[in-house]
Ligand binder design. Structure first.
Ligand code: PMP
Length: 461
């Protein structure tokens, strides 16, 4: 009977996968050439269990979000408690304790000038809201023409139209299909990958020149602080970020107020780089901050856009405006109580755990185990920052082959372009992380000995 049950189960899984291929769109795939997927049955700690019983150590934290791992008792408890009272209610004209508690906590843990919170439903939407706030900050006070954004090459801010328009305009994943219809923003060169060192003066000068030349039409600068994630996993100097903040402020001398600075901490927020927020490395604060991913510990979909009082008042038409201007954004699932309750529990849990020591230990281990791979003829560069370990290959990675190799070793990673990288949950043990880095080493060795060929350009490169 046991064997029959197993067979039934495997048949059911085959049917599931066939239906998946027929019915679903997965991220960054075409309908006519679906990429085979693995079916996950459940997850706990840092382990994903597949329907066929295989177990994989998740070196991706579910796209950088599940910092506490899976099946986290504190988060489960927060979700079930909240389910007991209300899963969702509209936020128009109504409020609730989970939203207010979360907003208070976010204001408390983020840089001090950020005082007002817009709770939305994903990272990309947090960026859309930030862009709206920045444009409206000028328009609502009758200042025309300030509608462009200045950013740097190599960025990634999401897949919605406003966010796509500030992703890398040439190599970014949307450029080919949508480049022609996106808003035309301004792109300074990508800052040199100099984390831990002074920035390149040339980078600052070029940024400063663009800022000066376009100041009259700029609503804001938008950057991923320190880590450029999906645009290539580059880590730039904290100095550069500090200088950009200064430049934005300096322009306050000639304008009505400074050029606003939006920081997208969707990937970097909540400890990933070793600081609670990546802007802490530079000791600066943005005017507008975007959060997502690890905000709910990867449990539920939620983003947040935080603004200073000056931005919030400006976007409303200025303090004491006779007819205050509303911010026209209100998603149906805004401030979803379930997500708010879990996010609150997740941030509290992070603060209650020795996350800094854990990230430091992960960082040291990644450094020790990945750095030697830099000697391989297949590897262009190895970089480690906080709980992020990147091996940049010389050639694009053939994703299906490499994924299969890693899965065989019980490891889940999702390389893209030339990048083989891990962003493990902070709770990962040294032995588990060792299996992840061993998997990465095996990929490098197989590539070096030409056992696996290179792949197409996949996602962003
Ligand atoms: N900004 C950054 C820096 C990101 O890394 C991401 C997601 N990879 C986003 C925005 C978009 O977030 P979401 O996928 O939740 O829409």
């Amino acid at each position: 009977a046991g064997a029959n049950a197993d067979r039934d189960n495997s048949l059911a899984t085959e049917r599931l996968l066939a239906a998946d291929v027929r019915r679903l769109w997965h991220p960054y795939t075409s309908a006519t050439q679906p990429v085979p997927c693995l079916a996950v049955s459940h997850a706990s700690g840092v382990t994903l269990t597949l329907e066929d019983g295989r177990e994989l150590i998740d070196g991706m934290s579910s796209w950088w979000a599940a910092v506490h791992g899976y099946a986290v008792p504190e988060l489960d408890e927060a979700a079930s408690q909240q389910l007991g009272s209300m899963a969702h209610v509209m936020f128009g004209g109504l409020t609730h304790r989970p939203a207010v508690r979360l907003a208070e906590l976010l204001v408390q843990v983020t840089p001090e000038p950020l005082q007002r919170v817009f709770l939305c439903d994903s990272g990309s939407i947090a960026v859309e809201v930030a862009i709206k706030m920045a444009l409206q900050y000028w328009r609502a006070r009758g200042i025309e023409g300030r509608s462009r954004l200045l950013t740097v090459r190599g960025g990634y801010h999401g897949d919605t139209f406003g966010a796509m328009a500030v992703c890398d305009p040439v190599n970014g994943m949307h450029a080919e299909m949508f480049g022609g219809v996106l808003a035309k923003h301004l792109f300074a060169p990508r800052p040199a990958p100099l984390f831990g060192q002074p920035c390149a003066e040339k980078d600052v000068e070029e940024f400063a020149t663009m800022l000066r030349e376009h100041e009259h039409e700029l609503a804001a600068v938008i950057l991923e602080p320190i880590v450029q994630g999906a645009g290539g996993m580059h880590f730039y100097s904290a100095d550069y970020l500090r200088r950009v903040r200064e430049l934005c402020n300096q322009h306050g001398l000639t304008c009505l107020t400074c050029v606003l600075l939006i920081l997208d901490e969707i990937a970097t927020g909540f400890g990933r780089t070793g600081a609670l927020f990546a802007c802490d490395h530079a000791g600066i604060a943005p005017d507008i901050l975007c959060l997502g991913k690890a905000l709910t510990g990867g449990y539920l979909t939620m983003g947040a856009t935080l603004a200073t009082d000056a931005v919030a008042e400006g976007a409303s038409g200025g303090r004491g405006a006779v007819r205050p201007v509303p911010l026209m954004h209100g998603p149906t699932f805004m401030a979803n109580p379930l997500a708010c309750a879990v996010a609150h529990a997740s941030v509290q849990l992070l603060l209650a755990t020795p996350w800094q020591a854990r990230v430091r230990a992960i960082s040291a281990q990644l450094e020790a185990e990945l750095r030697p791979l830099a000697a391989s003829s297949a590897v262009k560069d190895v970089r480690v920052l906080g709980a992020i370990g990147v091996v940049e290959m010389k050639e694009p990675i053939h994703m299906p082959t490499v994924s299969a190799m890693l899965v065989e070793r019980g490891v889940w990673l999702r390389p893209f372009g030339r990048l083989l990288y891990t962003m493990p949950p902070f709770i990962m043990t040294a032995a588990e992380l060792r299996r992840v880095t061993d998997g990465m080493r095996a990929v490098v060795e197989a590539t070096e000995s030409a056992q696996i060929g290179s792949g197409q350009r996949l996602e962003s490169d």
